[in-house]
Write a protein that binds this ligand. Structure first.
Ligand SMILES: Cc1ncc(COP(=O)(O)O)c(C=O)c1O
Length: 504
């Protein structure tokens, strides 16, 4: 199949039956009405519908956007007590994404994940979760004081990629910790890998506790049958989706969905008030309304086209000597039962290049991946990509193979955090985060308790987190990432010359 022959696909009947009129856009309509109503504004924001904005910003963004940058006016509803436009928009979203109730989020999935943990686990209560969680989960642990029972995800030694946790591991963790208050999983991983969510649902429900899902990268799953099953269809109790990551909402715009009776709605409301601004951006909220309407009306067609673009990219890249897209060909296993085919992972190690170096070269050619790791480049192909983007991607990665000096292989030190940390007998992430700490030169921190989140970003999966014992292999791995061009965040000294540890 070539890009030129890409076909347009219209579904005769939509995948899910609709009761509401999904063409409606209550938030956009309310914002439009406010934007055009002549009045003298004596409320925040201070720029007063753009009149006070610096010309530097109007040069960049135009004037119109500031007319819509409004606050919680009576006609615009209140995010924390929605009764009008926000409530109607959330109800439409719940139906479109297959939830019983949906909350709009303006602080990204980060705040949704924090709220999910705060709403299910009190101080000292246990939560079962994979070690390869995003740093927002660690923030949730610090805020709540919950005790993590970490499960090691299935690890792909050849690719140096952590996949999902397995049903067997979840079963064992639940049997050992029947008093856990929730299980949380990441679905899909940053690489698009999906674990056996249905099995996790069955296991957690046997203990009558909720399954919480970090579905930050899976907001599009619900809209095409060839994509992995969405968390809600699999039976998850709560899921958080970054609508801005794979669909058409603006950066930071996310949703939290629930179904069933294992989640206390009141606790979610209270938790969201702790972690969100009291001045939510209506531009972000309206972008959620628009993204939902777009997907409800056209989602299946848009996802069909996106999948086709991804397939063209994958098949052409696989024909380029020295490059491969290893996840698409990988055999299924308990920690890898499905793959989001719109996520493209390219292995560049046979070119004698790190993913970081390849990203730099591609950037110069006008092709920007989502992120790179030691061996891989990761691309998000979404509804916003065009045939021209895919051509540029194929041309760009082909050029990587023609760089003459890149012939030698390189050695990488792999790192898998499989230290058996028993958080029940040592400091919890919260205790370590708030403990008295000291700053030591890196070489003196081995075997000390880490007091900060130390995290290559992206993908934002901490190598060390508060409460963990600092090992030599973790230090070597972090140093290698930095030497090879990766970016470390979370710690006070991102040069990694020093680290913050708990004072003894
Ligand atoms: C797996 C995962 N979960 C959660 C988040 C946080 O999402 P957001 O950027 O919407 O706050 C990210 C962000 O990259 C992520 O990769």
């Amino acid at each position: 199949m070539s890009i030129e022959t890409i076909s347009v696909y219209f579904s005769e009947k939509s995948v899910y039956p609709k009761m509401l009129n999904q063409n409606q856009t209550p938030l956009i309509d309310a914002l439009k009405a406010c934007k055009t109503r002549p009045h003298a504004p004596f409320y925040t924001p201070g720029h007063k519908r753009g009149a006070g904005i610096s010309p530097l910003l109007t040069d960049l963004l135009g004037k119109d956007v500031f007319l819509a940058d409004l606050t919680e006016l009576a006609e615009l509803d209140n995010l924390f007590k929605p009764e009008n436009a926000i409530l109607a928009a959330q109800e439409l979203a719940a139906e479109a994404f297959g939830a019983e109730k949906t909350w709009f989020l303006v602080n990204g999935s980060t705040c949704g994940i924090e709220a999910a943990i705060l709403a299910t686990c009190r101080m000292g209560e246990k939560i079962i979760l994979p070690r390869n969680v995003h740093s927002s989960v660690i923030s949730g642990l610090i805020l709540s004081g919950a005790i993590p029972i970490f499960i090691q995800p299935e690890y792909d030694e050849d690719l140096d990629i952590a996949h999902s946790i397995t049903p067997e591991a979840v079963k064992a963790a639940l049997a050992k910790h029947p008093d856990a208050k929730a299980v949380l999983t990441v679905y899909p991983t940053y690489y698009g890998v999906c674990g056996d969510l249905q099995a996790f649902v069955n296991l957690t429900h046997q203990y009558n506790i909720p399954l919480l899902v970090d579905e930050a990268h899976g907001a599009h799953f619900h809209f095409h049958p060839e994509l992995p099953t969405s968390a809600l269809v699999a039976g998850a109790d709560l899921t958080v989706q970054s609508i801005h990551k794979t669909l058409g909402a603006m950066t930071q715009a996310s949703m939290l969905h629930i179904q069933g009776n294992r989640i206390d709605i009141d606790r979610v409301n209270k938790a969201l008030q702790l972690v969100q601004s009291t001045s939510p951006s209506f531009i972000l909220l309206a972008s959620l309304d628009a993204a939902r309407q777009q997907m409800a009306i056209n989602g299946e067609k848009l996802m069909f086209e996106t999948l086709q673009l991804a397939e063209i990219a994958r098949s052409q890249i696989n024909q380029i000597p020295g490059l491969s897209t290893p996840l698409a060909k990988r055999e299924k296993s308990p920690g890898f039962i499905d793959l989001d085919k719109t996520r493209l992972t390219i292995n560049v190690s046979k070119l004698g290049l790190t993913g970081f170096a390849a990203e730099e070269i591609l950037n110069q050619m006008g092709v920007t991946p989502e992120f790179s790791s030691l061996q891989h480049l990761i691309f998000i192909i979404s509804l916003g990509n065009t045939k021209e983007d895919i051509n540029a991607l194929i041309h760009g990665v082909k050029s990587l193979t023609q760089i003459p000096q890149l012939t030698s292989q390189y050695n990488i030190c792999k790192y898998r955090n499989d230290d058996k940390i028993d958080y029940i007998s040592c400091l919890s992430p919260r205790e370590a985060f708030f403990a008295e700490s000291e700053i030591l030169p890196l070489e003196k921190t081995q075997e000390r308790i880490c007091a900060e989140i130390i995290c290559p970003y992206p993908p934002g999966i901490p190598v060390l987190m508060p409460g963990e014992i600092i090992t030599q292999s973790a230090l070597e791995y972090l140093q290698q990432i930095q030497t090879m061009g990766g970016f470390i965040t979370g710690c006070a000294d991102t040069s990694l010359r020093t680290l913050k540890v708990v004072k003894v």
